[in-house]
Design a protein around this ligand. Structure first.
Ligand code: MN
Length: 472
């Protein structure tokens, strides 16, 4: 559990049932809060608030939620009936994610003892509908989780939502540094930066490559030595057909890029960035290994100036705690009957958070861009079920495309392929999945996650009023 963010637990009731009943509601809510916090399932702590028993109290809580940066969202529970007109003002003011937990203190109906007092105190089924009506009418796009609060699967749904809510809050702080513009002539990587900032909170700034080159040139040999030692600990060194000296000279250049990029981004508060192989004036290589290293540390990235995908990468890395999540590109089909799949890679920059094997540091020609041979990490991707996501600018609005995929480890060696590779099948099947992707205008640049679910991506899309299509 991380302490930099918290969620508030707001329990609805009213004064109608008397102070004794309210004391019991409060005690139950405290017990539930403690149990959820000690479950080990929630990524962030839950903090119980005063009972929501009046419009003034609810409005006061919601204002406080909005104001406090450490509060990432609220979870509400209707222990009793809580008249929904009391919730209108506060709910309208609420600017953070809302989860309505449809649960109740007791798991089963106690048939032998149930009386009117018990039923008045435990009427979540009644209260849920009154409260749900007003959220629907206010078009809150809130999440509803239904089930008994002690069940791990219910707690897991709360945890997944918390990760989305935390990422939603962080989304407004995502800053992308673009080194160079978008790749010439490419359509899908373009987009409306002002609209992206209005809708998603993403700040996207341009820098000429010379701004970065200046920082690269100031990196010292000692700094590079230190980073080379770290590479030796983490990766296998594969000299290939290079001499050791040539190989080292090439890798040291990438190390200087890693140090400079990190310095540049951190000093200016950027958490994502793009590069463009067409815009490398003053650079000896396209940043490859350097970019992969920064991806592994949680920075968002996409190639060819694709700032939308870089920001999406950062967003999904926050959501997934930077596990098994990264920038990807569709490359080559396997079309043999029964073995249909899509080979995923990039010219260099494949995210090592997806690696199933110890990455090798390889120096090899790039084939395009006319620069020196760049070093990169080469590995095979992990297996697992996940989602692949693409953001498109449709001219009038943004649109998100989500395809469920199953990644698997390649069995064929590819001795002449000097880049990391990831292989997956798409749902519902190759033909229909690929067709739907293309018909919807999904990009070749994507972010894949083997940790996140479609439901989480859709929850985010709803929070930012983003049109989405799910292919599954
Ligand atoms: Mn690309």
């Amino acid at each position: 559990m991380t302490a930099d963010k918290q969620f508030w637990f707001v329990v609805g009731s009213q004064h109608l049932y008397g102070e004794e009943a309210l004391a019991e509601v409060k005690a139950h809510a405290q017990e539930m809060t403690d149990a959820l916090n000690s479950s080990g399932v929630l990524p962030y702590p839950l903090v119980l608030q005063d009972l929501a028993v009046s419009a003034d109290k609810i409005t006061e809580i919601m204002k406080e939620v909005n104001y406090r940066d450490e509060v990432a969202g609220i979870i509400t529970w209707m222990h009793t009936f809580s008249p929904a007109k009391m919730w209108i003002r506060g709910t309208k003011l609420l600017q953070k994610p809302l989860l309505h937990l449809a649960t109740q203190y007791n798991e089963s109906i106690p048939w032998a003892t149930i009386d009117m007092d018990f039923m008045n105190l435990n009427q979540a089924a009644h209260g849920d509908r009154e409260y749900g009506f007003i959220n629907a009418r206010l078009n809150k796009q809130n999440k509803v989780v239904v089930g008994y609060w002690k069940r791990p699967e219910v707690q897991k749904q709360i945890a997944d939502w918390m990760d989305v809510a935390a990422a939603y809050n962080e989304s407004f702080g995502i800053k992308v540094a673009r080194f160079g513009d978008n790749m010439r002539n490419v359509g899908v990587t373009e987009g409306d930066k002002v609209e992206a900032q209005i809708q998603f909170g993403w700040t996207v700034d341009y820098y000429g490559i010379g701004d970065l080159v200046e920082v690269v040139n100031a990196v010292t040999e000692q700094e590079i030595d230190k980073l080379m030692a770290e590479y030796a600990d983490l990766y296998e060194f594969d000299y290939g057909t290079n001499s050791k000296e040539d190989w080292e000279a090439s890798v040291r250049i990438q190390a200087s890029y890693e140090i400079a990029l990190k310095r540049f981004l951190d000093e200016k508060g950027y958490t994502a960035f793009t590069s463009n192989f067409e815009d490398l004036h003053g650079m000896k290589q396209l940043p490859g290994l350097a970019v992969q290293r920064l991806m592994a540390q949680g920075y968002g990235f996409a190639g060819e100036g694709d700032w939308k995908t870089a920001a999406l990468d950062r967003l999904m890395k926050i959501m997934s705690h930077n596990e098994n999540t990264g920038f990807m590109e569709d490359y080559t089909y396997e079309m043999a009957a029964g073995r249909e799949a899509i080979l995923q890679s990039h010219m260099l920059e494949v995210d090592p958070s997806l690696a199933s094997s110890k990455p090798k540091v390889v120096v090899s020609p790039l084939g395009i861009g006319g620069k020196e041979d760049p070093a990169r990490l080469v590995f095979d991707g992990k297996a697992g079920d996940g989602v692949v996501v693409s953001m498109m600018d449709r001219g009038t609005h943004y649109k998100l495309l989500i395809n469920e995929v199953t990644a698997f480890e390649p069995t064929e060696p590819a001795p002449n392929l000097p880049v990391a590779r990831v292989l997956w099948t798409v749902k519902p099947n190759f033909q229909d999945g690929v067709k739907a992707w293309i018909e919807n205008g999904g990009g070749h640049h994507t972010v894949v996650s083997l940790n996140l679910t479609t439901d989480q991506i859709v929850t985010y899309a709803k929070l930012v009023n983003l049109e989405y299509v799910v292919i599954k």
